[in-house]
Design a protein around this ligand. Sequence first.
Ligand SMILES: Cc1cc2nc3c(=O)[nH]c(=O)nc-3n(C[C@H](O)[C@H](O)[C@H](O)COP(=O)(O)O)c2cc1C
Length: 377
Amino acid sequence: MFHFVQPFYPLLLAAAKNNPENSHQQLLKTLHHLDNNRQTLWGRWLLSNFDNSFIVNDPRLKQNLWGLTFPNPVGLAAGCDKDALGAGIWSHLGFGFAEIGAVTFHSQPGNPKPRLFRLPLDKAALNRLGANNQGAQTIAQRLQETWQRQPRQVPIGINLCKSKITPLEEAAKDYGGSFSYLQDWADYFVINVSSPNTPGLRSLQEGEQLNNILQEIQTVNEQKKPVFVKISPDLSWEAIKIIINLAKTYQLSGIIATNTTIKREGLKTKIVEKTGNPIEEEAGGISGQPVRQRSTEVIRFIYEQTQGSLPIIGIGGIFTAEDAWEKITAGASLLQLYTGWIYQGPWCIPDINKGLMAKLDEHNFSHISDAIGSGVS
Ligand SMILES: Cc1cc2nc3c(=O)[nH]c(=O)nc-3n(C[C@H](O)[C@H](O)[C@H](O)COP(=O)(O)O)c2cc1C
C-alpha cells in the first residue's frame, strides 16, 4: 500500500528541507504514538500494512549471531532514535535490527540549533547534535514499557555515549552507570567513543582510556550481553590495530565501523546553504556518501587483520544494494544505515534486502554468510 506514496517522497523531503531536525522529531513522535496505539483498529491496520510493504522474509538473509536472530542484515544506525521513541516500530519498517541512542547517563540538551544540515549535492548530512537525549534512566523506563506492549521482534541495541558534563577521566563510570540502567532492556550494547560532537570523546579511542571503559563495562555486564565498540573513520591503521587487540582482550562481540568523519576534503558543498558559512567552518560530523569508501576500507582492514574472526557491523554511506554488497563482501556481517534511509525513503530497506538476494543468486551463494569477506564485486 505504501508504494503509492513512494513517487511523492522527494516532495516530502523537499518540504522538510528547511528544518530536518523538526521533521525528524515529528516522525518519531508519530511512530511512538502508533506504538502506544498498536492494539487499536487503525494501529493494527497500519502496522500490518507496514509489514506487507517493508518486510522481506527470506532464510538466505537470516543470521544467528551472539545467540540473537537477525531476520535480515540491514539495521537502523544509532542517532536516528535517540530516546527510543520508535523502538517497537523499526521491525515493522523492515529493519533486521535497530540501535537506540546515543544514550548518556545524564539527560542532556545537546548543542545549540541549528545543528543538523542536509548536503544534497554530496548526498550527505552534517550533524553536531551532541548526543541530545533524555538520559539512561528515562530511556530504560520507556523501553520497559515498550516491551510490555509487545516483545522485541528484532534485536535491539543501545549506543552508549559519555555525558558531556562528566570529565573524560570519569568516562568509565559514566558508561558503566548507563549500562546498569539499560542492560535488561536491549540485546546488545555499543561503546560509542567516536562521535565528533562530544568534546574530547574521540580521544577515548586511545588504548588506555578505552581499556578502562571496557574493563568497567565487562565488570557490570552480569548477563554477558554482546558488547561492541564503534570507531571513527578518521583513525590511523595503527590506532585501529590497538582497538582490535582490546576487542580481543575484553571479548567484545565485534566492531562497528564507522561513525561520521570530521574531514571535509572532496565535498562538492562549499557553503552550507542555511548558515551561509563555508563547510570547513561548520563543526560536526559528515555522514552519507562521503564516508562510504573510507568506511569500507576500514571494514576490509579489520576483516583482514582478524582473518574474519571478529564480526563487523558495517556502516557509512549505504544507499543501495550495491553499497550494501560492497560492505558485506569487504567483511561486514551486518549493516546499518541512517543517511541513506532519509534520502532514499523507507522503501530502500526492502530494496536493499531484495538486491542482496539477487546478488547471492548472481554469485551462486546459498546464504548471506557465504558472501561475508568474499571479496567478490
Ligand atoms: C543526525 C545524526 C546523528 C547521529 N548520532 C549518532 C549517535 O548518537 N551515536 C553514534 O554512534 N552515531 C551517530 N551517528 C552516526 C551514524 O550512526 C553513522 O555511523 C553515520 O551516520 C554513517 O552512516 P550513514 O552514512 O548511513 O549515515 C549519527 C548520524 C547522524 C546523521
